[in-house]
Design a protein around this ligand. Structure first.
Ligand SMILES: Cc1cc2nc3c(=O)[nH]c(=O)nc-3n(C[C@H](O)[C@H](O)[C@H](O)COP(=O)(O)OP(=O)(O)OC[C@H]3O[C@@H](n4cnc5c(N)ncnc54)[C@H](O)[C@@H]3O)c2cc1C
Length: 362
Protein backbone atom coordinates (compact mmCIF):
# COMPACT_ATOMS: atom_id res chain seq x y z
CA UNK A 1 0.00 0.00 0.00
CA UNK A 2 1.30 3.48 -0.87
CA UNK A 3 1.89 5.64 2.21
CA UNK A 4 2.74 9.34 2.24
CA UNK A 5 3.59 11.61 5.14
CA UNK A 6 1.03 14.23 6.26
CA UNK A 7 3.35 17.07 5.19
CA UNK A 8 3.71 15.62 1.69
CA UNK A 9 -0.07 15.20 1.47
CA UNK A 10 -0.57 18.86 2.43
CA UNK A 11 2.07 19.87 -0.12
CA UNK A 12 0.41 17.90 -2.94
CA UNK A 13 -3.09 19.11 -2.04
CA UNK A 14 -1.95 22.74 -1.89
CA UNK A 15 -0.06 22.52 -5.15
CA UNK A 16 -3.18 21.11 -6.79
CA UNK A 17 -5.03 24.21 -5.62
CA UNK A 18 -2.31 26.50 -6.95
CA UNK A 19 -2.48 24.75 -10.29
CA UNK A 20 -0.15 22.58 -12.36
CA UNK A 21 0.99 25.52 -14.50
CA UNK A 22 2.40 27.24 -11.42
CA UNK A 23 4.09 24.01 -10.25
CA UNK A 24 5.80 23.60 -13.58
CA UNK A 25 6.98 27.22 -13.53
CA UNK A 26 8.37 26.88 -9.97
CA UNK A 27 10.15 23.60 -10.81
CA UNK A 28 11.54 24.97 -14.07
CA UNK A 29 12.92 28.07 -12.37
CA UNK A 30 14.41 25.96 -9.54
CA UNK A 31 16.10 23.72 -12.07
CA UNK A 32 17.49 26.68 -13.97
CA UNK A 33 18.77 28.33 -10.77
CA UNK A 34 20.29 25.18 -9.35
CA UNK A 35 21.38 23.34 -12.47
CA UNK A 36 24.94 23.11 -11.18
CA UNK A 37 24.09 22.04 -7.66
CA UNK A 38 21.17 19.63 -7.96
CA UNK A 39 21.23 16.19 -9.47
CA UNK A 40 17.54 16.03 -10.26
CA UNK A 41 14.38 18.10 -9.98
CA UNK A 42 13.06 15.52 -7.46
CA UNK A 43 15.28 17.13 -4.81
CA UNK A 44 12.48 19.65 -4.53
CA UNK A 45 9.44 17.68 -3.42
CA UNK A 46 5.90 19.07 -3.42
CA UNK A 47 6.22 20.71 0.00
CA UNK A 48 9.45 22.47 -0.90
CA UNK A 49 7.90 23.73 -4.16
CA UNK A 50 4.92 25.03 -2.22
CA UNK A 51 7.17 26.80 0.25
CA UNK A 52 9.26 28.39 -2.47
CA UNK A 53 6.16 29.37 -4.41
CA UNK A 54 4.72 31.06 -1.30
CA UNK A 55 8.02 32.67 -0.47
CA UNK A 56 8.30 34.22 -3.93
CA UNK A 57 4.71 35.26 -4.30
CA UNK A 58 3.48 35.82 -0.74
CA UNK A 59 6.53 36.69 1.31
CA UNK A 60 4.51 37.45 4.46
CA UNK A 61 3.16 33.87 4.32
CA UNK A 62 6.67 32.61 3.88
CA UNK A 63 7.78 34.21 7.14
CA UNK A 64 5.20 32.05 8.93
CA UNK A 65 5.63 28.87 6.88
CA UNK A 66 9.39 28.86 6.41
CA UNK A 67 11.65 27.27 8.98
CA UNK A 68 13.12 29.66 11.52
CA UNK A 69 16.10 27.53 12.35
CA UNK A 70 17.70 24.27 11.40
CA UNK A 71 19.98 22.52 13.81
CA UNK A 72 22.62 20.26 12.34
CA UNK A 73 23.51 17.62 14.92
CA UNK A 74 21.22 16.01 17.49
CA UNK A 75 23.53 15.40 20.45
CA UNK A 76 22.85 17.04 23.83
CA UNK A 77 23.80 20.49 22.53
CA UNK A 78 21.67 20.44 19.36
CA UNK A 79 18.65 18.88 21.08
CA UNK A 80 18.78 21.44 23.89
CA UNK A 81 18.87 24.33 21.40
CA UNK A 82 15.87 22.78 19.64
CA UNK A 83 13.89 22.52 22.90
CA UNK A 84 14.58 26.19 23.69
CA UNK A 85 13.63 27.39 20.20
CA UNK A 86 10.45 25.28 20.09
CA UNK A 87 9.44 26.76 23.44
CA UNK A 88 9.94 30.22 21.91
CA UNK A 89 7.27 29.11 19.38
CA UNK A 90 9.87 28.89 16.61
CA UNK A 91 9.74 26.40 13.78
CA UNK A 92 12.81 24.26 14.24
CA UNK A 93 14.12 21.02 12.77
CA UNK A 94 17.07 18.91 13.90
CA UNK A 95 18.93 16.85 11.31
CA UNK A 96 21.11 14.24 12.98
CA UNK A 97 23.64 11.70 11.75
CA UNK A 98 23.06 9.52 14.84
CA UNK A 99 26.57 9.14 16.23
CA UNK A 100 26.58 11.49 19.20
CA UNK A 101 29.57 11.02 21.51
CA UNK A 102 27.03 10.98 24.33
CA UNK A 103 25.68 7.60 23.17
CA UNK A 104 29.02 6.06 24.24
CA UNK A 105 28.75 7.23 27.84
CA UNK A 106 28.16 4.16 30.04
CA UNK A 107 26.81 6.36 32.87
CA UNK A 108 27.52 10.03 33.35
CA UNK A 109 27.80 11.14 36.95
CA UNK A 110 28.74 14.77 36.42
CA UNK A 111 25.66 15.96 34.52
CA UNK A 112 23.56 17.80 37.11
CA UNK A 113 20.12 16.60 38.13
CA UNK A 114 20.72 12.85 37.93
CA UNK A 115 21.75 11.93 41.46
CA UNK A 116 22.53 8.33 40.47
CA UNK A 117 23.90 9.14 37.04
CA UNK A 118 22.31 8.59 33.65
CA UNK A 119 23.33 6.50 30.66
CA UNK A 120 24.28 8.57 27.63
CA UNK A 121 21.73 6.81 25.39
CA UNK A 122 18.98 7.42 27.96
CA UNK A 123 19.83 11.12 28.20
CA UNK A 124 19.58 11.41 24.41
CA UNK A 125 16.20 9.62 24.44
CA UNK A 126 14.90 11.97 27.13
CA UNK A 127 16.07 15.05 25.21
CA UNK A 128 14.46 13.79 21.98
CA UNK A 129 11.21 13.08 23.81
CA UNK A 130 11.26 16.56 25.37
CA UNK A 131 11.85 18.08 21.93
CA UNK A 132 9.01 16.12 20.32
CA UNK A 133 6.66 17.26 23.12
CA UNK A 134 7.15 20.84 21.88
CA UNK A 135 6.92 20.02 18.17
CA UNK A 136 10.60 19.82 17.24
CA UNK A 137 11.09 18.06 13.89
CA UNK A 138 13.69 15.29 14.26
CA UNK A 139 15.14 13.97 11.04
CA UNK A 140 17.75 11.23 10.70
CA UNK A 141 20.36 11.99 8.07
CA UNK A 142 23.46 13.95 7.30
CA UNK A 143 23.87 17.41 5.87
CA UNK A 144 26.49 17.33 3.15
CA UNK A 145 26.61 21.01 2.16
CA UNK A 146 25.65 24.31 3.72
CA UNK A 147 25.19 27.36 1.51
CA UNK A 148 23.91 30.90 1.83
CA UNK A 149 21.10 32.18 -0.35
CA UNK A 150 20.75 35.88 0.40
CA UNK A 151 19.90 36.14 4.07
CA UNK A 152 18.85 32.51 4.33
CA UNK A 153 20.77 29.26 4.62
CA UNK A 154 20.29 26.18 2.47
CA UNK A 155 21.41 22.85 3.92
CA UNK A 156 21.60 19.94 1.51
CA UNK A 157 21.35 16.32 2.61
CA UNK A 158 21.63 13.24 0.40
CA UNK A 159 18.00 13.47 -0.71
CA UNK A 160 16.54 16.55 1.00
CA UNK A 161 17.10 20.26 1.09
CA UNK A 162 16.35 22.43 4.12
CA UNK A 163 16.10 26.18 4.21
CA UNK A 164 16.04 28.47 7.22
CA UNK A 165 16.85 31.94 8.44
CA UNK A 166 19.32 30.68 11.04
CA UNK A 167 21.49 27.62 11.43
CA UNK A 168 22.93 26.07 14.58
CA UNK A 169 25.87 23.78 14.02
CA UNK A 170 26.10 21.15 16.79
CA UNK A 171 28.07 18.51 14.92
CA UNK A 172 30.61 17.70 17.64
CA UNK A 173 33.85 15.86 17.02
CA UNK A 174 35.22 12.36 16.51
CA UNK A 175 37.84 10.98 18.89
CA UNK A 176 40.82 9.29 17.24
CA UNK A 177 40.69 5.66 18.26
CA UNK A 178 43.42 3.79 20.13
CA UNK A 179 44.49 0.41 18.68
CA UNK A 180 42.43 -1.70 21.07
CA UNK A 181 40.36 -4.70 19.98
CA UNK A 182 36.64 -4.64 20.87
CA UNK A 183 36.91 -0.94 21.70
CA UNK A 184 33.12 -0.33 22.16
CA UNK A 185 33.05 -3.10 24.82
CA UNK A 186 36.05 -1.58 26.58
CA UNK A 187 34.34 1.85 26.63
CA UNK A 188 31.06 0.36 27.87
CA UNK A 189 32.90 -1.30 30.77
CA UNK A 190 34.79 1.88 31.70
CA UNK A 191 38.10 0.20 30.79
CA UNK A 192 38.72 2.90 28.21
CA UNK A 193 37.69 6.45 29.14
CA UNK A 194 37.99 9.64 27.13
CA UNK A 195 37.33 12.46 29.52
CA UNK A 196 39.16 12.89 32.85
CA UNK A 197 37.02 15.94 33.69
CA UNK A 198 33.88 13.77 33.24
CA UNK A 199 34.86 10.57 34.99
CA UNK A 200 38.26 10.96 36.68
CA UNK A 201 36.32 10.67 39.95
CA UNK A 202 35.07 7.20 38.95
CA UNK A 203 38.71 6.15 38.42
CA UNK A 204 39.66 7.09 41.98
CA UNK A 205 42.47 4.90 43.38
CA UNK A 206 42.59 2.80 40.21
CA UNK A 207 45.72 1.94 38.21
CA UNK A 208 45.38 4.50 35.44
CA UNK A 209 47.20 4.58 32.09
CA UNK A 210 47.25 7.65 29.86
CA UNK A 211 48.07 6.87 26.23
CA UNK A 212 49.35 9.74 24.12
CA UNK A 213 52.11 12.16 23.53
CA UNK A 214 52.88 15.81 23.88
CA UNK A 215 51.62 18.32 26.41
CA UNK A 216 48.00 17.27 26.13
CA UNK A 217 48.72 13.77 27.43
CA UNK A 218 51.04 15.11 30.17
CA UNK A 219 48.33 17.57 31.24
CA UNK A 220 45.74 14.80 31.49
CA UNK A 221 48.13 12.51 33.40
CA UNK A 222 48.79 15.31 35.91
CA UNK A 223 45.06 16.06 36.16
CA UNK A 224 44.37 12.38 36.97
CA UNK A 225 46.89 12.43 39.84
CA UNK A 226 44.12 14.22 41.76
CA UNK A 227 42.33 10.85 41.81
CA UNK A 228 45.02 8.20 42.00
CA UNK A 229 48.63 7.73 43.08
CA UNK A 230 49.09 5.19 40.26
CA UNK A 231 49.25 7.02 36.94
CA UNK A 232 51.42 5.84 34.01
CA UNK A 233 52.05 7.79 30.81
CA UNK A 234 52.43 5.54 27.75
CA UNK A 235 53.25 6.45 24.17
CA UNK A 236 52.72 4.78 20.81
CA UNK A 237 55.60 6.60 19.14
CA UNK A 238 58.17 7.34 21.84
CA UNK A 239 57.75 11.13 21.65
CA UNK A 240 58.62 12.97 24.86
CA UNK A 241 56.81 15.82 26.62
CA UNK A 242 58.51 19.22 26.96
CA UNK A 243 61.33 19.53 29.54
CA UNK A 244 59.10 21.50 31.94
CA UNK A 245 56.35 18.86 31.79
CA UNK A 246 58.89 16.07 32.30
CA UNK A 247 60.00 17.66 35.58
CA UNK A 248 56.38 18.10 36.70
CA UNK A 249 55.50 14.52 35.79
CA UNK A 250 58.49 13.26 37.76
CA UNK A 251 57.61 15.39 40.80
CA UNK A 252 54.07 14.00 40.72
CA UNK A 253 55.39 10.42 40.61
CA UNK A 254 53.90 9.64 37.21
CA UNK A 255 55.55 6.56 35.69
CA UNK A 256 56.94 6.88 32.17
CA UNK A 257 58.27 3.60 30.73
CA UNK A 258 61.04 4.14 28.18
CA UNK A 259 59.71 1.46 25.79
CA UNK A 260 56.72 2.26 23.63
CA UNK A 261 53.44 0.37 23.43
CA UNK A 262 53.48 -2.76 21.24
CA UNK A 263 49.97 -4.09 21.96
CA UNK A 264 46.93 -3.38 24.12
CA UNK A 265 44.16 -5.81 24.98
CA UNK A 266 41.52 -6.19 27.65
CA UNK A 267 40.08 -9.18 29.47
CA UNK A 268 38.33 -9.87 32.78
CA UNK A 269 37.87 -6.19 33.57
CA UNK A 270 41.54 -5.22 33.11
CA UNK A 271 43.58 -3.51 30.39
CA UNK A 272 46.76 -5.39 29.48
CA UNK A 273 49.59 -3.54 27.78
CA UNK A 274 52.69 -5.11 26.24
CA UNK A 275 55.68 -2.82 25.65
CA UNK A 276 58.25 -3.24 22.88
CA UNK A 277 60.84 -4.43 25.42
CA UNK A 278 58.51 -7.28 26.41
CA UNK A 279 57.34 -5.78 29.71
CA UNK A 280 53.65 -6.43 30.46
CA UNK A 281 51.59 -3.94 32.46
CA UNK A 282 48.05 -4.18 33.80
CA UNK A 283 45.71 -1.25 34.38
CA UNK A 284 42.16 -0.76 35.64
CA UNK A 285 41.47 1.96 33.10
CA UNK A 286 43.14 3.67 30.15
CA UNK A 287 42.62 7.21 28.86
CA UNK A 288 43.62 7.68 25.19
CA UNK A 289 44.78 11.22 24.40
CA UNK A 290 45.26 10.90 20.64
CA UNK A 291 43.43 14.01 19.46
CA UNK A 292 40.20 14.33 17.57
CA UNK A 293 38.69 15.43 14.27
CA UNK A 294 36.36 18.37 14.77
CA UNK A 295 33.32 18.32 12.49
CA UNK A 296 33.34 21.98 11.55
CA UNK A 297 33.71 21.86 7.75
CA UNK A 298 30.10 22.87 7.02
CA UNK A 299 30.87 26.18 8.78
CA UNK A 300 34.47 26.64 7.66
CA UNK A 301 33.38 26.16 4.03
CA UNK A 302 31.32 29.34 4.52
CA UNK A 303 34.38 31.13 5.90
CA UNK A 304 33.68 30.73 9.64
CA UNK A 305 36.76 31.39 11.77
CA UNK A 306 38.33 28.45 13.59
CA UNK A 307 41.36 27.66 15.68
CA UNK A 308 44.23 25.35 14.76
CA UNK A 309 42.31 22.29 15.98
CA UNK A 310 39.43 23.30 13.65
CA UNK A 311 37.16 24.19 16.60
CA UNK A 312 34.88 27.09 15.65
CA UNK A 313 35.40 30.52 17.17
CA UNK A 314 32.20 32.19 18.41
CA UNK A 315 31.13 35.44 20.03
CA UNK A 316 29.35 35.74 23.39
CA UNK A 317 26.07 34.69 21.74
CA UNK A 318 27.67 31.56 20.21
CA UNK A 319 27.47 33.18 16.77
CA UNK A 320 30.31 32.31 14.39
CA UNK A 321 31.97 34.93 12.21
CA UNK A 322 29.22 34.13 9.63
CA UNK A 323 26.15 36.13 10.66
CA UNK A 324 23.17 33.86 11.38
CA UNK A 325 25.33 30.75 11.78
CA UNK A 326 25.75 29.60 15.38
CA UNK A 327 27.96 26.84 16.79
CA UNK A 328 27.51 25.00 20.09
CA UNK A 329 28.88 22.01 21.98
CA UNK A 330 32.05 20.10 21.16
CA UNK A 331 32.46 21.73 17.73
CA UNK A 332 33.30 24.98 19.55
CA UNK A 333 36.61 25.80 21.18
CA UNK A 334 35.74 25.26 24.86
CA UNK A 335 35.57 22.58 27.54
CA UNK A 336 34.00 19.52 25.86
CA UNK A 337 31.27 18.58 28.31
CA UNK A 338 27.51 18.03 28.14
CA UNK A 339 26.79 20.83 30.61
CA UNK A 340 28.91 23.23 28.55
CA UNK A 341 27.14 22.22 25.31
CA UNK A 342 23.68 22.63 26.81
CA UNK A 343 24.76 26.02 28.22
CA UNK A 344 25.95 27.07 24.75
CA UNK A 345 22.57 25.91 23.42
CA UNK A 346 20.59 28.12 25.81
CA UNK A 347 22.69 31.16 24.89
CA UNK A 348 22.50 30.58 21.13
CA UNK A 349 18.77 29.78 21.04
CA UNK A 350 17.85 32.87 23.06
CA UNK A 351 19.92 35.11 20.81
CA UNK A 352 18.42 33.53 17.68
CA UNK A 353 14.91 34.19 19.03
CA UNK A 354 15.69 37.85 19.64
CA UNK A 355 17.32 38.24 16.21
CA UNK A 356 14.44 36.67 14.24
CA UNK A 357 11.39 38.79 13.29
CA UNK A 358 9.01 38.93 16.25
CA UNK A 359 6.45 36.12 16.32
CA UNK A 360 3.59 37.96 17.99
CA UNK A 361 0.61 35.83 18.97
CA UNK A 362 -2.39 36.33 16.65
C1 LIG B 1 33.19 7.68 26.33
C2 LIG B 1 32.76 9.12 26.60
C3 LIG B 1 32.32 9.46 27.87
C4 LIG B 1 31.93 10.77 28.14
N1 LIG B 1 31.47 11.07 29.38
C5 LIG B 1 30.98 12.29 29.64
C6 LIG B 1 30.44 12.59 30.93
O1 LIG B 1 30.36 11.76 31.82
N2 LIG B 1 30.03 13.88 31.13
C7 LIG B 1 30.09 14.84 30.17
O2 LIG B 1 29.69 15.98 30.42
N3 LIG B 1 30.59 14.56 28.94
C8 LIG B 1 31.02 13.32 28.65
N4 LIG B 1 31.54 13.04 27.41
C9 LIG B 1 31.58 14.11 26.41
C10 LIG B 1 30.18 14.31 25.80
O3 LIG B 1 29.72 13.10 25.25
C11 LIG B 1 30.23 15.39 24.74
O4 LIG B 1 30.79 16.57 25.31
C12 LIG B 1 28.83 15.70 24.20
O5 LIG B 1 28.24 14.56 23.64
C13 LIG B 1 28.93 16.81 23.15
O6 LIG B 1 27.65 17.08 22.68
P1 LIG B 1 27.43 17.71 21.22
O7 LIG B 1 25.94 17.79 21.08
O8 LIG B 1 28.26 18.90 21.04
O9 LIG B 1 28.04 16.63 20.19
P2 LIG B 1 27.66 15.10 20.01
O10 LIG B 1 26.99 14.58 21.20
O11 LIG B 1 28.88 14.39 19.56
O12 LIG B 1 26.58 15.12 18.83
C14 LIG B 1 26.92 15.57 17.55
C15 LIG B 1 25.87 15.03 16.60
O13 LIG B 1 26.00 15.70 15.34
C16 LIG B 1 25.75 14.77 14.31
N5 LIG B 1 26.38 15.23 13.08
C17 LIG B 1 27.69 15.46 12.83
N6 LIG B 1 27.85 15.91 11.57
C18 LIG B 1 26.61 15.94 11.01
C19 LIG B 1 26.11 16.31 9.74
N7 LIG B 1 26.94 16.74 8.77
N8 LIG B 1 24.79 16.22 9.49
C20 LIG B 1 23.95 15.79 10.47
N9 LIG B 1 24.36 15.44 11.72
C21 LIG B 1 25.67 15.51 11.97
C22 LIG B 1 26.37 13.48 14.81
O14 LIG B 1 25.81 12.36 14.14
C23 LIG B 1 26.02 13.53 16.30
O15 LIG B 1 24.82 12.84 16.57
C24 LIG B 1 31.96 11.75 27.12
C25 LIG B 1 32.40 11.40 25.83
C26 LIG B 1 32.80 10.11 25.57
C27 LIG B 1 33.26 9.73 24.18
Amino acid sequence: MLTISPSTAIGIASLKLIGTGQIKRVRASLRAENAQQLDSQDTYGPLMCLRLFLRRNYSSFWVRLGMDCIIIGGGPAGLTAAIYLARFNRRVTVIDGGDSRARLIPTTHNYPGFANGVRGQRLLELLREQGRNYGVGLIEGRIERLKQDGERFVAEGADRVFEAAKVVLATGLIDRKPPIPRLPDAIAQGLVRYCPVCDGFEASDQRIAVLGHGNDASGKALFLRTYSRSVTLLTLDGSKPEQKSCAELENAGIARPLAIVAAIDHAHGKVNVTLTDGERLTFDTLYPVLGCDVRSTLATSLGAEHNEEDCLMVDKHQQTSVVGLYAIGDVVSDLHQIAVGTGHAAVAATHIHTELPRNLKF
